[in-house]
Ligand binder design. Sequence first.
Ligand code: BES
Ligand code: ZN
Ligand code: ZN
Length: 478
Amino acid sequence: MRVTATTDAPPATDADTVAVGIFEDEGVPHDHGGVLQALVDSGEAKRAFRKLALTHAEGKRYLVVGLGGRSDFDPERARVAAATVAGRLSELGTKTLCWEVPHHVTDAHAGALVEGTVIASYAYREFKKNDENDGIEVLILSAHHDASAPVAYAATVAEAVNAARDLQNRPANVLTPSALAERAQALPGVTVEVLDRAGLEAAGMGAFAAVARGSDEEPRLITIRYEPPDVAGPLLGFVGKAVTFDSGGISIKPAAKMHEMKFDMSGGAAVVESVGAIAALGLPVRVAGIVGATENMPSGHSVKPGDIVRAKTGVTIEVNNTDAEGRMVLADCLAHAIDIGAERLVDLATLTGAMVVALGSTYAGLYSNDDDWAREVVAAGDRTGEIVWRMPLHPEYAKAIEGRYGDIVNSPADRGAGSATAAEFLKRFVGDVPWAHLDIAGTAYDLGRPYASKGGAGWGVRLLVELARGEPAAPDLH
Ligand code: BES
Ligand code: ZN
Ligand code: ZN
């Protein structure tokens, strides 16, 4: 989709469809030949949030969408309003859409209209006989002021979200660890290093290598660096779990939902595409993306319950459940991130079913060893609508992973607080580097938001890019 900004009024654009939002207690933004006011007066167009009405004027279709109260209209509502409009476009046959940006909103709202439209218009059709997405080709944002910079920024980020969704939705026989590494290597503006199975073993990454043992697919440790010259500041380490298929291994999962475990690489997809977007935007930050990619499979080579392996840091792990594999992959990836100099860490992982039970798909769970860093991550989540809820670490949870034959176990005997004990496991590998762990098991796919309902959601791309962007300036009201 081509996305542009203009200061022309919508009728002056070559859009075939115009989207206009109306707030409660306010008039129609401006006169489009009087038909919109008439539509409101007739009661057909409603101001309540997400209500839609259609009319024609000046040779164009007009979609009038209720925006609800102005004071409730945050960027997340703008995304949802844009998705509501986007949901009607294919039945209308729209090819070029012009969104009239409401007056007196911020650049963040204009960007959110772009995100909502681009993300809602996504369809994964790679393996369909008709693989064409019959969605819109051009999106024009019409505003009184020049909104081209925030519009272009949002378009880049939204395309990265959709790229992450392509990676997620691709089946595990196609999106293998090596295919994920190839995608990282194709990103412009970054340098990429890749370790294979032999490389992992040689580097002493016995936890990661143990997970990979059961599969005939080669694992990949992918390190993506974006370090623009003349940029100082801490090296951000974004770490992603990319288990391209989690069968559970010898501790095999039930058949019913096993196919969903192609999505167990969602954290890695978000890391790959967010670093790609940060490079495309040329943000003045230093980032290393570290992605642990492997399958988790049962075979004669598999790691077995009871096996003891040694992680890169020297810690020994009793593998009492081969399905608690994500934390083993991440243990070595986090240690690697610190080894290459990361000074702030964020990891994203579809780590525990317990997280889904605790927070559903509304919030991702955040665990952190550093209050300031946690606050930054929460704030970036609030600004993007990828909201996170801080969860507790506690010495009692840490006790649950103490080992009997090794230093720690990968799966506590007691199933209580499963997402917290998983976080305590990871904490053993980050030392005192500020670290935030996001358990995205509930948000990575089938998110249920109007702009990303089914399949891969690309969750985390927008939050990571926002975290890299840092504190925003005070918003301009236009
Ligand atoms: N990938 C799963 C977690 C998961 C479950 C993600 C459901 C998305 C939806 C993870 O590797 C896993 O299997 N975790 C186990 C850990 C347990 C054995 C300690 C779990 O959550 O049951
Ligand atoms: Zn598992
Ligand atoms: Zn897993």
